[in-house]
Design a protein. Structure first.
Length: 1057
């Protein structure tokens, strides 16, 4: 982060040596006027030094970045400003100049915010990635998380397609069987990036190793993202408005691997089951259902006379429903996904004087999703102020608040609405003959699943409302020249209220008699953080010493309550309350409270600006652990050598800076431990803990059962991290290169204990279950070229590799996870293997004949046209012992490419993001590629299925029954290469400044832009999107995820007044 240099408002001076200049240049001077801007964000720069080259004649820009100076003919002007690259411009015959200074990202004065303080970039010897906000700030995104994708090495961002959902951030890979999310600090307070207005962000730093993150102790085990929001800039107040509007479009074509139309579906259905009554007389014209059941009908059949149609939502058993068959085939995907609008508006006011600094902003985001009733609306505001109330005394505060409303959307299970799209037969219409929803109740052999469009549109009344306030107040005192003391009290308050109504699915074959239901929930959470630090910084000759000591107290409190009822007589929203439901009364509440007390210190030492040392230690005490393991100590040490300062490199002009660094330390973690983990808990409801006192079945009295097994011996997770890096700035500060190697050993991993079946429904305690290890390389490079006043460009790339493995887990040395209803467990964490590796039977082909079946190892369900599994242990029979590791969701490497160019008023930028070597489970195949699993839509791959007439096909044969040798167990058929490269964004902008038109309407500058997102995705993956969000334990499993690769087209404007 650049620390702005406060220059006196409106200060300007000009030393005129007219006679000297006239003698020197032999010409009369010309008055030259102009404006100097920051080339990155186009803001005017006050206080820029401007000198006529070869003379002492000069001036400075005013608070608007403007200047005027007399210049002899043929002379050049030199523009210089701390933190920016000095420029020399020949004036020639020009009387007006527009100058853009480029940030000197390697200036010695550049300041980077790290742990509880800020350091010069040249002094940092931990692993810290600084996000280029000049590039990120131009990307209009609903979530700041999305803006981080592809911007920093070592950071893997898996964005979510669901509006308002944060997605996953992994810093240097998966580091837990549970929570691998990094600590996110916004102005020093733990918060979330999801609801942070990206327009408010000044800088983002990512702390990746122990040398940088150990100052945060137990909270920094998964890395730390440090966000600093904007402050006012010295000069006249500036009002800025930015907005964009656009449309998100669904994926083209038939994304579910090309679903069959009605004609082909009927033909293959009869192959699977020649006696299928649905198509025994051809494709019917109608499907119907009445009190006596469902059936099929043709034109003229009395059973499908529209006069019989009867629909009564209060008496579904008496309904008579009729739907007309869609003989062309219903395109369920595109009936579900429709183009969606998104808009964003931001207004800010900022300014500063010698005594006060302020930044105030308001924001409004309305992002609609392409799926029905998916959206997020967010109203946000920010107030950042600071005041110099005395000599060396600063009082300030940072406050952010937002209100957010969203209906929510479930994608992480096989029965989500997107998954249901792949289970709906093409013959079923979206609506029946009277405009009510069509579905599986009408007809016979048409499946049992729900109409996903009905499900989603009925959720219009389901809302989650969140009110959040986060911020801090601080007092900073500089004294005795070298000391700075700071105390900060901050925190977050969150209130959430939600409600949902579940309609009776009258059109569904299963559940059409289920009663409707209504649920409400409310929650409150509070986090208080009190941080005190004392900094000492002193330079004596060639020695520079910095000492930081501090304490921190954190308290978390949360409460929640919920209730649900069934059998409502009306669906009017004004009628729906918990008091109007008539049956199945259920209430619940919860509470949790925990605290963390910490002391920490860091010592930094530099000799001759060449040799660097740093040491950190932190002691944390957490109430989440029992008395025996409550406290932990987490140290780290770092060292650096600025080789470029050595005499043997001084004369190598193309090396501007070269630094070798390394660190080693210990981080702690309590991420997967909740507040009551050490205690046994008891509770109960009439559903699971009751006593029939009189034995009459109607004299129920609530009792209590154990609901959680506590473990007071659970201790800290300890992460031992080593890091070695090389940073280089070359070619006159045009090329930046950074290379790092890291190794991270996670010992005493915290995860839920496996309990025996006799424990019943007791929730297990989190215990120290095992060890895992991560290692890899981070590489980043950026080249800046061209002339900022004509054509300039920047090319940046970053790449991250990582490998992880399970080092130890309790006997038997593995545990399974991510179970599918049909396939069973799909993930195994086993010693020596990668975390969340896919585990199952390896398909080596299909059985081609009865002879092959007879000669092969014994296999349950073996038959021609079915899968043939690998006999892994060579015992001549296929059993569970033959399962093997099939692949991993962990990529070999991820990478980002950032491109930008600027020519006069035009700017062009693009971001590509990719992942290579990661595999995924396409669980949708279970539904679409086998007739024996679900009755519903099927893939056109089945047109080439194995048959006696087509014996060389690799597609299993069409049959109505499922078996061990088809889709009855998890096998490699469902595995796919999920590597991808996405053009995440492409933007073209045009900037206006210093024009007569803008001056007339009192606008300082304006920028218009066009942006396209997700223009292409290059991948072999056949599912909707190879970028699959999920938890550490179900990473890379496509249950039916909301796609995050849908094209978006935007037009936007930025205006400064």
């Amino acid at each position: 982060m650049k620390i702005p240099i406060p220059y006196r408002v409106g200060a300007a001076f000009c030393v005129l040596l007219f006679c000297f200049c006239t003698a020197t240049f032999g010409q009369n001077p010309t008055l030259v006027r102009g404006t100097v801007y920051d080339a990155g964000n186009e803001s005017p720069l006050p206080g820029v030094n401007i000198v006529v080259k070869g003379s002492q004649q000069g001036t400075t820009t005013d608070t608007n970045g403007e200047f005027s100076i007399n210049v002899p003919s043929g002379a050049s002007l030199t523009f210089s400003f701390i933190g920016y690259v000095t420029q020399e411009i020949p004036v020639g015959s020009q009387s007006t100049l527009t100058v853009r200074l480029v940030t000197d990202t390697h200036a010695l004065s550049e300041i980077v915010v790290t742990g509880y303080s800020a350091q010069r970039k040249q002094d940092i010897i931990g692993s810290v990635s600084v996000v280029d906000m000049n590039a990120v700030g131009k990307i209009p995104v609903g979530s700041t998380t999305q803006a981080l994708q592809g911007q920093a090495s070592g950071v893997n961002v898996i964005a979510s397609g669901v509006p308002g959902r944060e997605g996953n951030i992994f810093i240097r890979g998966i580091s837990s069987f549970g929570n691998s999310a990094p600590l996110i600090l916004i102005d020093g307070v733990e918060s979330s990036l999801n609801n942070l207005n990206a327009s408010d962000v000044e800088s983002i730093q990512i702390l990746k190793d122990a040398g940088a993150a150990s100052i945060y102790g137990v909270r920094g085990s998964n890395g730390v993202i440090v966000v600093t929001t904007k402050k006012g800039k010295l000069g006249t107040p500036t009002v800025e408005y930015s907005a964009y509007a656009g449309v998100q479009t669904p994926l083209r074509g038939n994304p579910f691997n090309t679903i069959l139309d009605t004609q082909e579906f009927a033909r293959l259905s009869l192959i699977a089951n020649p006696n299928n009554p649905l198509f025994s007389r051809g494709i019917p014209d109608y499907l119907y259902a009445g009190p006596q059941g469902g059936g099929i009908g043709f034109e003229g059949d009395p059973a499908v006379d529209p006069a019989l149609y009867r629909f009564d939502p209060t008496n579904p058993a008496n309904n008579y429903l009729i739907q007309k068959v869609n003989k062309a085939g219903t395109d369920w995907f595109h009936e579900f996904f429709k183009p969606a609008m998104r808009t964003d508006h931001n207004l800010s006011v900022q300014g500063a004087t010698e005594k006060a600094n302020y930044f105030v902003s308001l924001g409004y985001l309305n992002q609609q999703g392409t799926a029905p009733e998916t959206y997020v609306k967010r109203y946000s505001g920010r107030v950042n102020t600071s005041f110099k109330i005395g000599r060396g005394i600063t009082l300030g505060q940072n406050l952010n608040f937002y209100y957010r409303v969203s209906p929510g959307f479930t994608t992480d299970n096989q029965f989500g609405n997107i998954g249901e799209l792949a289970r709906m037969m093409p013959i079923i219409p979206v609506h029946d003959i009277m405009g009510n929803y069509g579905g599986t109740r009408m007809g016979t052999n048409v499946g049992t699943n729900t109409n996903p469009i009905a499900n989603q549109e009925r959720s219009a009344q389901n809302l989650s409302n969140t009110w959040n306030t986060v911020g801090n107040v601080y007092l900073e005192i500089a004294f005795l020249k070298d000391f700075t003391a700071k105390t900060s009290i901050g925190g977050a308050l969150t209130n959430a209220y939600g409600y949902s109504f579940s309609f009776t699915p009258h059109e569904r074959a299963e559940g059409f008699l289920n009663p409707n239901s209504y649920a409400e929930s409310a929650s409150f959470s509070k986090r208080l953080v009190w941080t005190n630090t004392l900094n000492y910084n002193k330079s004596i000759g060639k020695h520079t010493v910095g000492v930081l000591v501090g304490t921190e107290a954190i308290e978390n409190l949360s409460r929640s309550l919920s209730g649900s009822r069934q059998r409502y007589f009306s669906t009017d929203p004004n009628y729906l309350t918990l008091t109007t439901g008539t049956s199945n009364i259920a209430n619940a509440s919860s509470a949790a409270e925990d605290a963390l007390w910490s002391m920490f210190s860091r010592v930094d030492y530099s000799f001759n600006n060449k040799y660097l040392l740093s040491g950190t230690i932190r002691r944390d005490g957490s109430s989440r652990f029992g008395p025996e393991n409550r406290y932990g100590i987490f140290p780290s040490v770092s060292a650096g050598w600025r080789i470029s300062e050595e005499s043997f490199l001084k004369d190598i002009n193309w090396i501007n800076d070269l630094k070798l660094r390394g660190s080693h330390g210990v981080l702690g973690s309590q991420n997967n431990v909740n507040a009551e983990n050490q205690f046994d808990l008891y509770g109960g409801t009439l559903a699971n803990a009751y006593y029939d006192i009189r034995g009459t079945s109607n004299s129920l009295v609530q009792g209590f059962i154990q609901t959680r097994a506590g473990n007071p011996r659970t201790g800290w997770e300890r992460n031992i991290v080593s890091n070695a890096g090389l940073d280089a700035t070359l070619l006159n500060y045009r090329l930046d290169v950074s290379l790092e190697y890291y190794k991270k050993s996670i010992n005493g991993l915290l995860f839920g204990q496996t309990l025996p079946g006799i424990a019943g429904g007791v929730t297990p305690a989190t215990i120290n279950i095992g060890d895992i290890q991560n290692s890899g390389l981070d590489l980043s490079a950026t080249y800046h070229g061209g002339d900022p006043n004509a054509f300039s460009y920047s090319i940046g790339a970053n790449i991250t590799t990582y490998k992880n493995k399970v080092v130890s887990v309790p006997a038997p040395g593995y545990f399974d996870a991510a179970s599918h209803q049909q396939l069973g467990p799909m993930v195994r964490n086993q010693v020596g293997q990668e975390v969340s590796a896919f585990f199952g039977y390896k398909v080596v082909g299909l059985f081609r004949s009865d002879q092959e079946v007879a000669e092969a190892p014994a296999q349950d369900g073996a038959a021609p046209g079915r899968f043939r599994y690998q006999d892994t242990n060579n015992d001549d029979k296929i059993t569970a012992a033959d399962r093997t590791f099939l692949g991993s969701p962990n990529p070999d490497f991820t990478y980002g490419i950032n491109l930008s160019a600027k020519y006069r008023r035009f700017d062009l930028s693009g971001i590509l993001y990719g992942s290579q070597g990661n595999q995924a489970i396409n669980a949708i195949k279970v539904q679409t590629n086998f007739f024996g699993t679900y009755v519903g839509a099927k893939s056109n791959l089945l047109l080439n299925a194995w048959s006696p007439e087509n014996p060389n096909s690799d597609i299993p044969k069409i049959e109505s029954q499922n078996s061990f040798s088809t889709a009855g167990v998890f096998n490699s058929y469902f595995m796919e290469d999920a590597s991808f490269l996405k053009l995440r964004t492409l933007m073209l902008g045009y900037s206006l400044d210093n024009t007569s038109l803008l001056e007339k309407i009192r606008i300082k500058k304006a920028r218009l832009y066009l942006q396209a997102m997700n223009l292409f995705t290059l991948t072999k993956y056949t599912g909707l999107d190879p970028e699959i969000e999920g938890s550490s334990s179900s990473f890379g499993i496509d249950w039916s995820n909301y796609p995050n690769n849908e094209p978006v087209y935007l037009i936007g404007v930025n205006v400064s007044f």
